[in-house]
Design a protein around this ligand. Sequence first.
Ligand SMILES: Cc1cc2nc3c(=O)[nH]c(=O)nc-3n(C[C@H](O)[C@H](O)[C@H](O)COP(=O)(O)OP(=O)(O)OC[C@H]3O[C@@H](n4cnc5c(N)ncnc54)[C@H](O)[C@@H]3O)c2cc1C
Length: 495
Amino acid sequence: MKMPIPDAAILARREEIAAALRAIVPGEGVITAESERRAYESDGLTAYRTLPLVVVLPSTTEQVSAVLRTCQAMGVKVVPRGSGTSLSGGALPLEDGVLLGLGKFSRVLEVDLDNRCARVQPGVTNLGITNAVAHAGFYYAPDPSSQIACSIGGNVAENSGGVHCLKYGLTTNNVLGLEIVLIDGTILRLGGKHLDSPGYDLIGVLTGSEGLLGVVTEVTVRLLRRPATQRAVLMGFPSSEAGGDCVARIIGAGIIPGGLEMMDKPAIHAAEAFVHAGYPLDVEALLICELDGPEAEVDHLIERVEAIARDCGAVSCQVSASEEERLRFWAGRKAAFPAVGRISPDYYCMDGTIPRKRLTEVLSRMQEMSRRHGLRVANVFHAGDGNLHPLILYDANVPGELERAEEFGSDILRLCVEVGGVLTGEHGVGVEKRDLMEVQFGPEDLAQQQRLKCAFDPDGLLNPGKVFPTLHRCAELGRVHVHHGETRFPDLPRF
Ligand SMILES: Cc1cc2nc3c(=O)[nH]c(=O)nc-3n(C[C@H](O)[C@H](O)[C@H](O)COP(=O)(O)OP(=O)(O)OC[C@H]3O[C@@H](n4cnc5c(N)ncnc54)[C@H](O)[C@@H]3O)c2cc1C
């Protein structure tokens, strides 16, 4: 994985840049000591590490604005960072770039239950939002497994998902308003407490933009009322194929569960050993299906799901009998990544999405790849929306294993695209999938996406080296090609 070559002139100006930032964020808000910068050298994609030039930790929107304006004036790159849990290297620092940490933006500014929304700063954790409104019977629906740590600003930047997004939508469906700061320091407020903002859907553009278009300094999120009843069904299958078939049949029957997750045998064993969730150990695949809503509806849906599971050859079926048991069923799934981390020195978490009906085929081709690359794989995924999370197990201390894990991962993502899916589900592109973007998009698509980037950040200073395999100069992308003197669209007025 190659990053842009650091600019020697910027490296030489480190002290000058730090001094300019100290004038904006006084005290301990600017970090230059190597030992303290080391804490920021990587994110959740720990295979890659880089020491940032300087770390700045502003605590107000005005400071963020002044930091960005100063960086633009000095020609310095900026990498925004929330909690640093990104699994695609989105918050990987640049040697010649300022790391802009949003950790001090940690306040819930307003809870407005009449409008069913909350205004929060970007450093508030995902679970922190639910904790702030739980007393009134409300919650924030998107629930990444990292929710105790990841920030809502990072969730917006990655358009994060979670087990309950099948029914309640991803981050993009649950954000009503944003305050963002552009690279020239301009502060923009988009949307608000109301539904459906007029004009272009800039909130949609910003959500999932991976820190390349602007820095999020405030988020207004939609709150939902806790469902009256939530129950989970744990279903064990003799094969991944049978589990995959059951997923397709549940969705095909018109049932939209609150969550529908699948784990394969290695993931089941790792999770059970870690959190003792009560998972059956003699099955090849496990489905967790959560039904929520009024009690009578949930009872009815559970009966239907159990009948479908029996038809698909389920060898075990257990319905949660209490809230405690429901949470225990989920605890194993939510701890699956760290659990796999206990059985292998390193793992590489992939994230791709496929059409649900190709699940069985993709799982069996992944097993072939596992044999070919000589690396084990554990599968944990949001089966209901076809979002796969194969965890490739490797040991970074064994020469060549990281490279083999990367090749295996890239083969999996190519397979996702080949079967009609996409490179990313919810973890973003970052540096991890950057070089595969050309597998998914043609040159025209990529150029058009970069023109959008240019409209926000003409100098390419915000999080460069991420998402796009090659970052074109904006002037180059804006060029008008005149062929044989013929201008394209001659009837359109030129400004
Ligand atoms: C154990 C584990 C489980 C996970 N499970 C899930 C899951 O179920 N679903 C899921 O979607 N993800 C999951 N993730 C990935 C990760 O938690 C999410 O992508 C999360 O949204 C990242 O938030 P963060 O605050 O850590 O952002 P960071 O890692 O700090 O940054 C992520 C990206 O967002 C940008 N960014 C951060 N804050 C801002 C801001 N305020 N303004 C502009 N740009 C910003 C950064 O530049 C970077 O590109 C998991 C990660 C781990 C380690």
